[in-house]
Design a protein around this ligand. Structure first.
Ligand code: AMP
Ligand code: MN
Ligand code: MN
Length: 315
């Protein structure tokens, strides 16, 4: 796909990604936004996305995002969704539905393609990697665009550690660091650095985790009361499930936090044997083979038991 060809002659272009945007979502959306502003100077390009976490404020023009999903544009000529299908973009979905042309670029195996034009590549490390590929005119890429895409790639690959990292991922990363931003500092500040509160809540989740299925699964949960006590946001819980997955002997890690009474956001991670995308899809969620998620109803114990039954089928 050549994104410039796809948006040719469009006067209004909208871009969105999934709710509670992670590093890949923010990086891909902002990378494409910065690129299209340069490639289509006559077009009105707008981003509709929930407010990115503070660590992503190092990305150029992130303050231009319409975080309230309000805009003066009734009907976009082209609306592009990245790192998700159209069902996880919240209030941006109405702009997508009304748009004259829709484009969906994603790397989730669970995404069948929700646009009129789709570029879904489950083997890609990240949506950011795909966005780099659709930027056919590489001469328009600058340090700021490269920084945004690089952030996306490091977040979805765990700094090029996860199995979704391919030779192509590293070739693109090599091109990106050639633009000269301080990648070492960027990795520290957006991926590894935790606030005091984030570390405390990670500690709580590890302390209260439960091993089951002969040590092949681990589960932990943070309830609303604990979130309130630490004044934590969902973004403060990122990385907890990865740490659980690092437990020796564990094949599958489950982490959930309470959204409301009897409702939890569940994260699943696998060390390879369990296809957690399949488990998540069974409960209405989705994701990748080794990293997936879902929103589930019930008590913590009900949800853990239901997940365990599906995981056991694969072990
Ligand atoms: P998370 O555990 O939220 O970090 O999500 C892990 C992976 O699964 C990410 O790639 C998410 O985009 C994806 N994912 C999480 N929840 C869902 C869902 N409800 N539907 C589809 N994909 C999801
Ligand atoms: Mn994502
Ligand atoms: Mn992604």
């Amino acid at each position: 796909m050549n994104i410039c060809e796809e948006v040719k002659n469009a006067a209004a272009i909208g871009i969105s990604g999934h709710l509670r945007p992670d590093g890949d979502c923010v990086g891909a959306v902002m990378g494409l936004y910065l690129y299209l502003k340069k490639a289509c100077p006559m077009a009105d390009v707008q981003v509709m996305l929930e407010k990115p976490a503070d660590i992503f404020h190092c990305i150029k023009d992130v303050e231009e995002i319409h975080t309230d999903f309000c805009t003066n544009i009734e009907v976009f000529d082209v609306f592009i969704v990245l790192d998700s299908d159209k069902t996880r973009i919240g209030d941006a979905e109405k702009y997508f539905d009304r748009a004259k042309k829709t484009i969906n670029i994603d790397h989730h195996i669970s995404n069948a393609g929700s646009g009129m034009v789709n570029y879904i590549e489950p083997s890609a490390s990240s949506a950011s990697e795909l966005v780099y590929k659709v930027m056919e005119d590489k001469s328009l890429i600058d340090e700021e665009i490269a920084r945004a895409l690089y952030i996306g790639m490091i977040h979805d690959t765990g700094v090029f550690q996860y199995s979704n990292t391919s030779p192509e991922t590293l070739r693109i990363a090599a091109q990106l660091i050639g633009y000269g931003f301080d990648f070492s500092r960027l990795i520290d500040e957006t991926f590894y650095e935790k606030t005091y509160v984030q570390n405390q809540i990670l500690g709580r989740a590890l302390l209260e985790s439960i091993l089951f299925m002969d040590g092949r699964c681990v589960v932990s949960m943070i309830d609303k009361k604990t979130m309130n006590f630490y004044q934590a946001e969902p973004g403060d819980l990122e990385g907890i499930v990865s740490q659980l997955r690092n437990t020796k002997g564990v094949e599958c890690a489950i982490f959930m936090y309470q959204i409301e009474s009897m409702k939890y956001k569940v994260s699943l991670r696998s060390n390879g044997k369990v296809d957690v995308a399949k488990v998540a899809a069974f409960f209405g969620g989705g994701g990748h083979v080794r990293a997936a998620g879902a929103t589930m109803q019930g008590t913590f114990h009900d949800i853990a038991n239901n997940l365990a039954a599906q995981i056991e089928l694969q072990l």
